[in-house]
Design a protein around this ligand. Structure first.
Ligand SMILES: Cc1cc2nc3c(=O)[nH]c(=O)nc-3n(C[C@H](O)[C@H](O)[C@H](O)COP(=O)(O)OP(=O)(O)OC[C@H]3O[C@@H](n4cnc5c(N)ncnc54)[C@H](O)[C@@H]3O)c2cc1C
Length: 304
């Protein structure tokens, strides 16, 4: 493990909450993951810049935790510093009639409700995605024909070396479940989205419709990280897995959901190793049967 004493002291001096050896299973929707060496809840930009600068100088690995809804964290945990955005990063502001600035630590659920309350349409697709605004921008999250790319104007960020910056338009490199932030390692601090006026009743109706579809199709009663695989060109991952006869296939506490084959669920006490073994089994079976290479959407994190 790396020496995190200086970072810990700086974080405390900057008003952060710090926890050592904190189990990540408490912070992931999969309820899986060993301990983070140091979990730091950061309240503002100045603290974030200072911590990133020192981590960069001391070569301490940094991982940014959103809502943990797309993560598969190693049973051996995460070395270095795990950062969580709190305080100022949880604010939402209506900056113009149709434009919202949202701190990266805000949940998508809160952002969607804010849009609804202001009669602003464009984020209905995101209702039910259990991520943060920052995580949604990082992943270019999407559903039901919509994606963050449709509404995202710009992201503010702090670079690995602690400098503040902004990316907008094409600089964001938004494509299917991908953004520039997956390449540059900067931490998104806030996002600007452009929406459009619509009747609250209509926005609400669409949100209810999408939520109902999720409840009907997805195993929301179990811990998971959503769809495990990206959609392969010309196919649906769930259909390929189902047609490979893998519904209900299990390793330890990890199981291919009998309700939606694109999901792996934690039926109780699943370990990261169980999920990884099941992923390998699914990939091999689907490849043998259909010649399609499945690629993970869920992000494996931590000590191998
Ligand atoms: C039941 C369920 C349903 C889901 N449905 C969908 C769906 O319909 N569509 C969809 O696209 N996804 C879906 N997901 C997956 C997930 O919710 C999204 O990928 C979401 O955008 C992840 O956000 P997060 O805040 O949880 O990020 P995390 O899982 O915490 O992190 C994911 C990645 O983003 C990075 N990251 C997070 N925040 C920041 C930041 N501020 N700055 C820089 N990097 C950051 C992390 O470092 C990590 O690499 C679903 C998940 C579940 C459990």
């Amino acid at each position: 493990m790396v020496n995190i004493e200086n970072i810990k002291q700086l974080a405390i001096d900057k008003g952060c909450e710090v926890k050592e050896n904190e189990p990540m299973s408490r912070y992931t929707t999969f309820k899986i993951g060993g301990a983070a060496q140091l979990l730091v809840s950061v309240p503002n930009i100045s603290a974030l810049k200072a911590i990133l600068k020192l981590c960069d100088k001391e070569q301490i690995p940094v991982f940014l935790l959103g809502k943990g809804s797309n993560l598969l964290v190693s049973d051996k945990g995460i070395e270095g510093v795990v950062i969580k955005l709190e305080g100022d990063f949880k604010q939402i502001t209506l900056v113009e009639d149709d434009t919202v600035y949202c701190g990266a630590g805000v949940s998508l659920a809160r952002l969607c409700r804010f849009a609804l309350d202001n009669g602003l349409s464009g984020l209905e697709f995101a209702w039910g995605i259990p991520g943060s605004a920052g995580g949604a921008a990082y992943m270019n999250a999407g559903a039901y024909g919509g994606e963050m790319k449709d509404v995202l104007i710009s992201c503010n960020h702090v670079t690995k070396s602690g400098e503040f910056g902004t990316l907008s338009g094409d600089e964001l490199k938004l494509s299917y479940r991908h953004s520039a932030y997956a390449e540059n390692g900067s931490i998104i601090t806030g996002i600007s989205v452009r929406l459009h006026k619509d009747s609250k009743a209509e926005i609400n109706r669409r949100m209810d419709d999408y939520m109902q579809r999720r409840k009907d199709k997805q195993p929301l009663e179990y811990p998971s990280a959503g769809s495990v695989f990206k959609r392969p060109e010309g196919y649906f991952a769930g259909a390929l897995i189902q047609d490979s006869g893998l519904k209900g296939a299990a390793v330890g506490g990890a199981m291919v959901s009998p309700k939606h084959a694109g999901f792996i669920i934690n039926t109780g006490g699943a370990r990261c190793g169980d999920v990884l073994s099941l992923i390998e089994h699914i990939k091999k079976t689907v490849n043998d049967k259909f010649g399609v290479e499945l690629e993970c959407e869920v992000k494996p994190v931590g000590i191998l």
